[in-house]
Design a protein around this ligand. Structure first.
Ligand SMILES: C[S@@+](CC[C@H](N)C(=O)[O-])C[C@H]1O[C@@H](n2cnc3c(N)ncnc32)[C@H](O)[C@@H]1O
Length: 382
């Protein structure tokens, strides 16, 4: 496909997304109907769609309308490219710009967030609000976590380099590697297949590095999903007894294979009982910290959905409180930057649970780390 044909395809996909179809489904529908498209075409159309969704409001303003065409016109103008060279109507290229389209659009700054969310965003991030919002408009880098149970950081760096994957180490955490080239080769690479490296953003890695762990500790990952946090803590401390639970056990279907690849023993628990030295509650959330990776979710979040998530989080906190040993810890995590899901949620929990106190609190953002990620570490009195 020519670059112009790819852009025409992206316009069609974006119109479907703006009509209400989730981005992944819209892309899948297009790629099923476009057997002629190769993997490079699919990747390029996907990039155009995701880049446009990350900066939906500002590109629509530049392009003059919130439509597939408006977004792609905005995308070209933003990059300083000539719309006339792409919108030619020749072959599979989009039709030339109309008189109205030629006259529409402005380049003033427009926040790339839903209007209803702006006050929440500003309350949570204060003077950093605009900077973090802009950072959410950029693509997220790929981060890897070296699994010390399978080899050293040097082994990982050398083996990745041998497969053309270049990295840069994070100064704060030696096991956190940012991929600087060869991202698309990671999932097929030997260190990944052998469990020496896992895909994990920097911020949750930094969060897991703050958890108090000692050999012999019983650790429960209460919202385990694919087990990212379970595997990360297993890599930090030998001799842990690890238990994984999820309200939807189907979400843990990949965990046995991932754990085996990583050399980690994890016991699934359908009905957690008893006490644990550390309970990790990596709760379902708005994902507002990860909107660089899933920008579609930013526009799909509603006040009602946020309220429902906040209620679920409060319920999980209440349930997990009873599972923490006296003197043990509860690690509450979200990949959100919103106060309602973070500090306000914890303030309300502490007001209801006098036995707990706050030991530490972190909010990472793309400005100084990776995705937006929150950790509140609470201790139950002995
Ligand atoms: C943010 S995801 C967890 C991601 C996972 N910890 C990881 O690192 O890959 C939240 C998980 O919470 C689970 N969940 C939702 N409601 C729950 C509840 N009431 N109790 C336990 N788990 C719940 C969801 O099924 C989902 O897998």
């Amino acid at each position: 496909m020519t670059p112009a044909a790819r852009m025409a395809a992206a316009i069609g996909v974006l119109d479907r997304v703006l009509g209400g179809l989730p981005a992944e489904q819209a892309l899948l529908r297009w790629s099923r109907a476009s057997r002629f498209a190769g993997s490079g075409d699919r990747a390029a159309v996907r990039d155009l769609v995701y880049d446009a969704l990350r900066r939906r409001n500002s590109l629509a303003a530049r392009g003059g309308s919130l439509s597939g065409r408006g977004l792609m016109i905005g995308h070209l103008r933003d990059a300083g490219l000539d719309t006339g060279a792409v919108f030619t109507g020749q072959g599979h290229a989009p039709l030339p710009l109309t008189e109205d389209e030629l006259g529409a659009g402005h380049d003033g700054e427009v926040p790339d967030l839903p209007d209803w969310l702006l006050p929440h965003w500003r309350d949570a991030l204060g003077e950093r609000a605009d900077q973090v919002a802009r950072a959410m408009g950029q693509r997220a880098p790929v981060w890897l976590r070296v699994n010390p149970l399978r080899g050293s950081v040097t082994d990982a760096i050398d083996l990745l380099a041998a497969e053309g994957i270049e990295i840069r180490q994070d100064a704060r955490l030696a096991t956190a590697l940012c991929v600087t080239s060869g991202e698309r080769r990671v999932a097929q690479s030997r260190p990944y297949r052998d469990g020496l490296v896992e895909l994990q953003d920097l911020s949750p890695q930094l969060a897991c590095a703050q958890l108090p762990l000692a050999a012999g500790d019983r650790v429960l990952d209460f919202c385990a999903g694919g087990g990212g946090k379970t595997l990360a803590v297993a890599g930090r401390q030998a001799g842990l007894r690890l238990f994984a639970h999820d309200a939807d056990p189907g979400r843990m279907r990949d965990l046995p294979l991932r754990a085996e690849r990583a050399g980690v023993d994890v016991e699934p628990m359908q009905h957690p009982q008893g006490h644990f030295d550390l309970v990790i509650a990596d709760v379902p959330c708005s994902g507002s910290g990860t909107w660089r990776r899933s920008p579609d979710a930013k526009w799909r979040l509603t006040p009602e959905a946020l309220a429902a998530l906040i209620a679920t989080q409060a319920g999980i906190l209440g349930r997990t409180a009873g599972l923490v040993s006296p003197g043990g810890h509860l690690a509450y995590m979200t990949c959100s930057v919103l106060d309602e899901e973070n500090d306000l949620q914890i303030d309300a929990f502490l007001a209801r649970h006098a036995a707990f106190s706050r030991v530490a609190r972190y909010l990472w953002t793309p400005i100084e780390a990776g995705d937006g990620f929150f950790l509140s570490l609470l201790r139950r009195a002995a």
